[in-house]
Design a protein around this ligand. Structure first.
Ligand SMILES: Nc1nc2c(ncn2[C@@H]2O[C@H](COP(=O)(O)OP(=O)(O)OP(=O)(O)O)[C@@H](O)[C@H]2O)c(=O)[nH]1
Length: 431
């Protein structure tokens, strides 16, 4: 995914700087690092002005550091993290529907932006959370729009409303909302066509939330679209679609946030589950390759984990005690969790290089392999924060023999553990 590539470039720039023994006083390492980050962001469509503001802000932080501080690198990493978060945070909360309390959510956006697909994904997401969603097709401008929505609703087994005869979208929407409310739907999702007059009339019906859907491939142009939308509707949130394949996704996300419209979901593919809650901190963490871990606080993952575990997991990480035992528990949770392809950065908790997105079967097999290897370790090894230090070649060979794996597999596991622990210690998102 293109955003993962952007994250990879930023992470590499940071790692290159970190690999120097000293962050030099003349600032060359920092300049090189910031230039590379700026290039990556620019190629992702982030406006020049935003990039300059971000670089200056990081420089200001570094210049003000006490020359004796030996924690310079960590502070630079944190500054990059914070600035990326600021860049993507609209600072505005959005209305969120409540289960059992009927809400009407209106989807608007340009033709082809991914409205109908996003309506369906939004309905699916909420049905998995226990809502009773329904779909209304108020798009009368396109023949086939109702059929498309009907087909989607049937697949999800949720109620729907629309008409082949009626040409007034407001009439359809009003009738649909009334009917579906009576049928106890607590989340009525109305799909529209991009016709200004019709859209305005629908907004006058006072939905609880108007969601503007933006095609992520338009990059910075998202600013003008989102701004125009904000002026036409008082309530609002944004969904940015097609972030799976387009180089300009960073620009669409950052400029949508700059209009102070909260981005609430992102579309990461055509399939119904390729849809993610957009929470800035976990998103940036994953972008930088550490949030596989902080992705654990992502609501999606909360759903699939035993309720006490994410807290325990996060707490242990925050304490800096990332042991193999923790990796083992986490692996169990991942295996229990069903398809893992929905996470854009590969497998939560593991590096995307070792477990890339799109290789579910192989990644699961690798996780199982790791667990078999850990089954052959002692308690002392499992509870050590640096098992690499206490294992010599003969012990590695013994574990490999006992678990029926190669010595390389054991070394890979230890390496993976070390890298994950290191990434986490750099970016403790628990701040
Ligand atoms: N790759 C990718 N494709 C998407 C995503 N969201 C939507 N699409 C595709 O974009 C195309 C347009 O999506 P629709 O949902 O029909 O768009 P729409 O805004 O309802 O279009 P109209 O009904 O014509 O106004 C379809 O081919 C979708 O499969 C996404 O997140 N990723």
């Amino acid at each position: 995914m293109v955003l993962a590539q952007l994250g990879g470039r930023i992470t590499r720039a940071l790692e290159q700087m970190s690999s120097l023994t000293e962050v030099d006083d003349d600032g060359k390492a920092l300049t090189d690092c910031l230039n590379e980050i700026a290039r990556a962001l620019h190629q992702s469509g982030v406006p020049f002005k935003t990039i300059c503001a971000m670089s200056s802000s990081i420089r200001r932080i570094v210049v003000n550091l006490d020359a004796r501080t030996n924690d310079k690198r960590r502070i630079i990493h944190e500054a990059v993290f914070t600035e990326l978060c600021n860049m993507l945070d609209s600072g505005k909360p959005s209305f969120t529907p409540t289960k059992g309390k009927p809400s009407v959510v209106l989807f608007v956006g340009l033709q082809g932006s991914g409205k109908t697909t996003s309506c369906t994904k939004y309905a699916y997401y909420h049905s998995r959370k226990g809502f009773k969603p329904s779909l209304v097709c108020a798009d009368t401008s396109r023949a086939g729009a109702f059929d498309q929505l009907k087909q989607n609703a049937r697949k999800l087994k949720i109620p729907y409303h629309g008409s082949y005869m009626e040409s007034d979208p407001v009439k359809i929407a009003v009738e649909g909302v009334e009917r579906l409310r009576k049928e106890n739907s607590d989340l009525i999702i109305v799909d529209t066509s991009r016709r200004h007059k019709q859209e305005a009339a629908l907004i006058e019906e006072k939905p609880d939330l108007v969601i503007f859907v933006i095609d992520g491939s338009i990059g910075q142009a998202a600013f003008d679209q989102a701004q125009a939308f904000k002026q036409s509707a008082s309530v609002g949130a944004v969904i940015v679609t097609k972030l799976d394949g387009h180089a300009k996704g960073g620009g669409a996300l950052s400029t949508a946030a700059a209009t102070k419209s909260p981005v609430i979901f992102i579309g990461t593919g055509e399939h119904i589950d390729e849809f993610e809650v957009f929470d800035v901190k976990p998103f940036v963490s994953r972008l930088l390759g550490i949030g596989d871990l902080s992705g654990l606080v992502n609501k999606e993952i909360h759903d699939v984990m035993p309720t006490d575990q994410p807290t325990e997991f996060m707490q242990k990480l925050a304490e800096g005690t990332f042991t193999l035992r923790l990796l083992y528990k986490h692996s169990q949770n991942i295996l229990n969790m069903g398809p893992i392809g929905q996470f854009f950065h590969g497998v939560p908790g593991f590096s995307s290089e070792l477990m890339p997105k799109g290789y579910d079967k192989e990644n699961r097999a690798k996780i199982k392999r790791y667990m078999t290897i850990m089954d052959s370790m002692t308690d002392e090894e499992l509870d050590s924060t640096n098992p690499m230090l206490i294992m010599n070649e003969s012990r590695i060979s013994q574990i490999a023999r006992r678990s029926g794996r190669l010595m390389k597999d054991v070394r890979d596991l230890l390496q993976e553990h070390k890298q994950t622990a290191k990434r986490w210690s750099k970016f403790n998102t628990n701040r």
